[in-house]
Ligand binder design. Structure first.
Ligand code: SF4
Ligand code: ZN
Length: 726
């Protein structure tokens, strides 16, 4: 370990703490000590400070205490001739830096310069955290790279970014080198920035590096069930679960050193392209903390190696880049070569099961003209007809294969995938076309991804692409018939008719006691795992997160308790939970991890429950915003009166059926009503509730619990006539 880096980090930390004290002083003078301090729309206050110290900073004056803690952490600046300081000093300086920077950034939200400006996004709110956090849970994003500074040229910047994207990593960007930032370099080259493409420009100041580490801290609180103030657990969680590293480009000054020291606390190493002193393994980590002087064409590989990332990059041989980060790329009208589907252009994608003898693996056929013979513009007809075969393939799995195509095709750079079945609308960009992309490559992607993902159930796949309108129309007759047959089969499936349910324990990597019990009438709370998905998941990976649960003896039909599910919960929750009711929010409700699409909460005065989805950011009648509610129910706990669930579950006849069912639903956001109202109304009708949707209050008629009660009385809501909830 070098003494130079320690001196530099400690010097940097001192400078930043002084800066924070000055900024806070000025902000207090301008706004007063009682002014509210916050990052937008979050339940985690200033997240690094909150997670490490437990202090919920709410008012400016709260920051004084935080900066005092930062001061206390600051080691004295060592003189170059002094004895080598041990790493602990550097780590403390790093933590002090992060506290101070969070105060600075929070003050910027109040008195400027506003962190959100131009291309800069500033703090990620809780909606983003949950949406993106789930990708860290299911492994679709293995981690993040925090890029500090700028590359020597735009070209190098783009290369590094694309490499990181292809590894499905998030790229968090902050700070500058000689006034230039990495984000600007990408923007100048026309690269699309934003959460969708995983290229996230946090800010141009070094202080905005805290948004990366704050994100990591919140992941631990939100998904890991780590309690605020438990800094040790938080840091360990990050070291073990979040595969992140700092990529320092260009000159590393004292302030950047100080931030690198902050990151080392989390177990995130720094890899630099310049010649800075290295810090080698110590007790905290088994790998290097700072690795320097790495050439640009090797730097991404080096980062991955040092942090021990296991990135499985499947090579899909097509002429454009391929990876999850490209799924979020939009293709504007002016940039598109063709658009598939639309009003006068029949189009579909369809997967069907065939006998092994009927399928020739890897056969890709384009019947009709390919892209080079199709005139530029919208209105292109296309039928993507996929035939699969395999000893373990079941026709029940077809919709799952089909739905995955959305991701698989969208992950090709320059291919925008929208819709499913016979309502698709895809775009292919001019750039992709120029790079050599053709329609046959749709087949290439499907062939290699299906094999990669479904190898254990599928042996062969062949793809036929119809591009003549008449052919597509003809095929559509057969295909629509098949869609219809499928829907009918699914509709007939109920919990009572199924002998097995499926577990999903994918989120245990973040919430160790959480188990989703997935049934035909209740999908996983994240909304992306249906009973069929669970079934297919088990076939695909027999030791994976989806396991069959034999229902076993009925314990309580109303609550939906079975011996089989209770045993499973007990054995798979570290023996912390004994029982789970599938149909009750009040008695032993299902646990919640952090990925729920919606949260329901009892509203005692109304004799009913309200449901809020994560897109709704305002206050709800229960007195908590979604973000606060999420903190209450998450982390793998059973919280009677509260429950996370999917949107789909709301249209189930089993929705809190033990507690009175859908008739209990008294409030939900207007936008959610618009989105799933039709489904709810249909279920309500079948339960004998007439004109039910309009009786559910929303924010346009009621914002407080009292107002909800008034509304219920006005419309004579059925919840009023139900038995008391408690
Ligand atoms: Fe996580 Fe449940 Fe979704 Fe599985 S079904 S990914 S456990 S939320
Ligand atoms: Zn989850």
């Amino acid at each position: 370990m070098s003494k130079i880096i320690c001196s530099a980090a400690i010097r940097g930390a001192h400078k930043i703490v002084v800066q924070a004290e000055e900024k806070l002083q000025k902000t207090i003078e301008e706004k007063g000590p009682d002014a509210t301090v916050e990052f937008p729309n979050t339940g985690y206050y200033l997240p690094i400070i909150y997670s490490m110290t437990g202090i919920p900073v709410k008012k400016l004056s709260d920051c004084n205490q935080v900066l005092k803690e930062a001061r206390d952490l600051l080691p004295p600046i060592p003189r170059e001739s002094n004895h080598l300081p041990y790493l602990g000093n550097t780590l403390d300086a790093g933590m002090a830096t992060l506290f101070a920077e969070e105060v600075i950034e929070a003050c910027r939200y109040m008195v400027g310069p506003n962190p959100v400006d131009d291309i800069w996004l500033g703090a990620a709110d809780d909606i983003i955290l949950r949406e993106r956090g789930i990708e860290f849970v299911d492994g679709s994003a293995p981690g993040f790279a925090a890029i500090v500074g700028a590359a020597p040229t735009n070209e190098i910047a783009v290369k590094i970014a694309r490499q990181l994207q292809e590894m499905n990593l998030y790229v968090f960007m902050s700070a500058s080198t000689d006034g230039k930032t990495f984000s600007q370099q990408l923007a100048e080259e026309g690269v699309q920035l934003g959460w969708e493409t995983r290229l996230v420009p946090f800010g141009k100041e070094i202080t905005s590096t805290i948004y990366s580490l704050g994100f990591a801290s919140r992941a631990a609180l939100s998904f890991g069930g780590v309690k605020e103030g438990d800094y040790r657990k938080n840091l360990l969680y990050n070291k073990n679960r979040i595969f992140a590293f700092v990529l320092a480009l260009g000159e590393v000054d004292d302030e950047k050193y100080a931030n690198a020291a902050g990151a080392i606390n989390y177990g995130f190493p720094t890899i630099a392209d310049t010649n800075i002193p290295e810090i080698l393994p110590t007790g905290v980590c088994t790998y290097e903390h700072v690795v320097s002087n790495i050439p640009h064409d090797k730097i991404v590989d080096k980062c991955v190696e040092v942090r021990g990332l296991k990135v499985a990059v499947a090579k899909v041989s097509i002429p454009v880049s391929y990876g999850a980060a490209f799924e979020g790329e939009r293709i504007r009208k002016d940039d598109m070569q063709i658009e598939i589907g639309g009003p006068k252009a029949p189009a579909f994608e369809y997967v069907c099961t065939k006998d092994v003898s009927e399928v020739e693996d890897g056969k890709i056929e384009v019947i009709g003209p390919d892209l080079d013979k199709i005139p530029e513009g919208p209105g292109v007809a296309l039928g993507i007809f996929v035939e699969v075969a395999g000893r373990k393939m079941q026709s029940d799995f077809e919709p799952i294969f089909e739905r995955r195509m959305h991701h698989y095709l969208g992950e090709a750079q320059g291919f925008f995938h929208m819709g499913q079945r016979d309502i698709i609308r895809h775009r292919i960009s001019k750039n992709a076309f120029a790079a050599g992309m053709r329609l046959e490559h749709i087949g290439t992607i499907i062939h290699s991804k299906f094999h990669e993902e479904f190898n254990s159930i599928m042996d062969k796949v062949q793809i036929t692409l119809y591009t003549n309108k008449a052919d597509v129309e003809e095929k559509l007759v057969e295909v629509r018939k098949a869609y219809h047959g499928r829907d009918e089969r699914l509709k007939g499936m109920t919990d009572d008719s199924a002998n097995v349910f499926y577990s999903c324990t994918l989120c245990q990597s973040f919430a160790p006691t959480h188990v989703c019990v997935v049934t035909p009438e209740r999908s996983g709370l994240c909304g992306s795992v249906s009973w069929l998905d669970g079934k297919a998941g088990y076939e695909i990976s027999p030791t994976g997160p989806n396991q069959p649960i034999e229902k076993g003896k009925l314990v309580d039909p109303a609550l939906g308790q079975f011996e089989g599910t209770n045993d499973f919960i007990y054995n798979n929750s570290n023996r912390e939970l004994e029982k789970v009711s599938l149909y009750s929010i009040m008695a032993d409700p299902m646990t919640s991890c952090g990925c729920f699409e919606c949260i329901s909460a009892m509203l005692p005065m109304t004799n009913g429950i309200m449901t809020v989805d994560r897109d709704y950011q305002d206050m709800t009648p229960c007195g908590m915003k979604f973000s606060t509610l999420a903190g209450t129910v998450g982390g793998g706990l059973q919280t009677p009166g509260f429950m996370g669930h999917s949107k789909f579950y709301m249209s189930s006849k089993k929705f809190v059926s033990a507690d009175g069912g859908l008739a209990r639903l008294v409030w939900m956001p207007k936008a959610l009503k618009d989105e799933i109202g039709e489904m709810i109304e249909a279920t309500a009708k079948s339960l004998g509730l007439e004109d039910f949707l309009s009786k559910i209050a929303d924010e346009t008629v009621a914002q407080t619990e009292e107002e909800v009660v008034e509304y219920l009385q006005k419309v004579n809501h059925p919840a009023l006539a139900l038995d008391p909830m408690i």
